[in-house]
Design a protein around this ligand. Structure first.
Ligand SMILES: Nc1ncnc2c1ncn2[C@@H]1O[C@H](COP(=O)(O)OP(=O)(O)O)[C@@H](O)[C@H]1O
Ligand SMILES: [Mg+2]
Length: 326
């Protein structure tokens, strides 16, 4: 199907500055040394000519208020990921279903973060890092020649482990940073998108009377919801979350889990978590990765979360979920 008529997205880098460090750029970039090139308003076909899934992303001043969400699936096909010569993910084949929450679990270092960074072409931003295989977003091959990673990152947003709003930028400007970057200046539209995004991120009630206070003045949990609002504002179809609550207190964690539950109706969500109770609580399906003898991460099994946690097919999974390993 074509999404052209249903959904129009604003062109901008969907993601944030590096997790863990203070943002250095004055605008959100698509992560660390990112393809820093800010997306200009554009119409960029993600798919190659001839694909039945060709879809145009166009910036339209009024599109953001009219679009309906069309969450899409992600197909990971025989994906290998390297840092230099080091193979860190081996032959990953996994279907991420639309409008669902897929949890990725596994021992530290098995490649969970690398895997989700491959899903919006952020892995390759690390010098020397590369990918083999394919990832399809609603059928569109994101690693096909000519595909613009910036466009991919508009469709697949990301939230990091450590909340990373721009600390001195206002709450309002944090939320609409991506739209402004895409050249949208219509104040009424920006206000509409900011309110809608903050409501969806379950933060509106707490900040509506202080939208011009700095993002950095919020609590950690509020900052993470602000980052989710910022990701949502650009209308992605998929949201990737890398241990989004691991730096938060239990109450804030609960809020994030409730939010994930609410967002699953509009988005396809992939969440990395080292917390198995959290995976069991928030996800529909769970993928378990582990590290092979060659030190490359691989997929052991994937299935409905209840089945993975109560009746795994593989011994390795059973050992991991029962705490005997990892
Ligand atoms: N920037 C990097 N350069 C080189 N190796 C890396 C880099 N980031 C991660 N790795 C390695 O890749 C492997 C997988 O890491 P990662 O995806 O972060 O695992 P996880 O998120 O499951 O803990 C680990 O062996 C890690 O040391
Ligand atoms: Mg990680």
């Amino acid at each position: 199907m074509t999404l052209m008529t249903e959904q129009t997205s604003n062109a901008l880098p969907a993601a944030d500055p590096p997790a863990g460090g203070p943002p250095t750029a004055s605008v959100p970039t698509a992560d660390p040394p990112a393809t820093a090139a800010p997306a200009a308003p554009q119409a960029a076909p993600i798919a190659q000519a001839g694909s039945s899934h060709a879809r145009t992303i166009a910036v339209a001043e009024h599109a953001a208020v009219t679009i309906e969400h069309v969450a899409v699936g992600v197909e990971i096909e025989h994906l290998n990921a390297y840092y230099g010569q080091h193979l860190v993910l081996r032959d990953i084949t996994l279907s991420v279903r639309p409008n669902s929450v897929t949890a990725i679990i596994g021992p530290s270092g098995c490649g969970k973060s690398t895997l989700i960074r491959c899903l919006n072409r952020m892995h390759e931003v690390t010098p020397g890092a590369r990918v083999e295989g394919q990832v399809r977003l609603d059928g569109d091959p994101i690693y096909a020649p000519g595909v613009d990673p910036v466009v991919v990152r508009q469709r697949i947003g990301m939230v990091f482990q450590r909340p990373n709003p721009f600390p001195t930028m206002s709450i309002f400007d944090n939320v609409v940073a991506g739209l402004k970057l895409a050249g949208i200046r219509d104040r009424a539209l920006l206000e509409q998108v900011a309110e809608r995004s903050l409501r969806r991120a379950a933060l509106w009630d707490e900040v509506h009377d202080k939208l011009h206070a700095p993002g950095g003045a919020l609590s950690g949990g509020q900052q993470q919801r602000l980052c989710i609002a910022r990701a949502i504002a650009v209308e992605p179809e998929v949201i990737l979350m890398d241990e989004p609550a691991s730096a938060l207190d239990p109450m804030s964690t609960l809020r994030i889990e409730e939010l994930i539950d609410a967002l699953r109706t509009s988005y396809t969500i992939v969440i990395v978590t080292h917390n198995m109770q959290q995976a069991a609580r928030v996800s529909d399906r769970t993928a378990f990765l582990t590290v092979g003898e060659d030190r490359a991460g691989y997929l052991v099994e994937e299935g409905p979360t209840a089945q993975i946690f109560t009746n795994p097919r593989r011994r390795l999974t059973e050992d991991y979920i029962s705490g005997r390993f990892g």
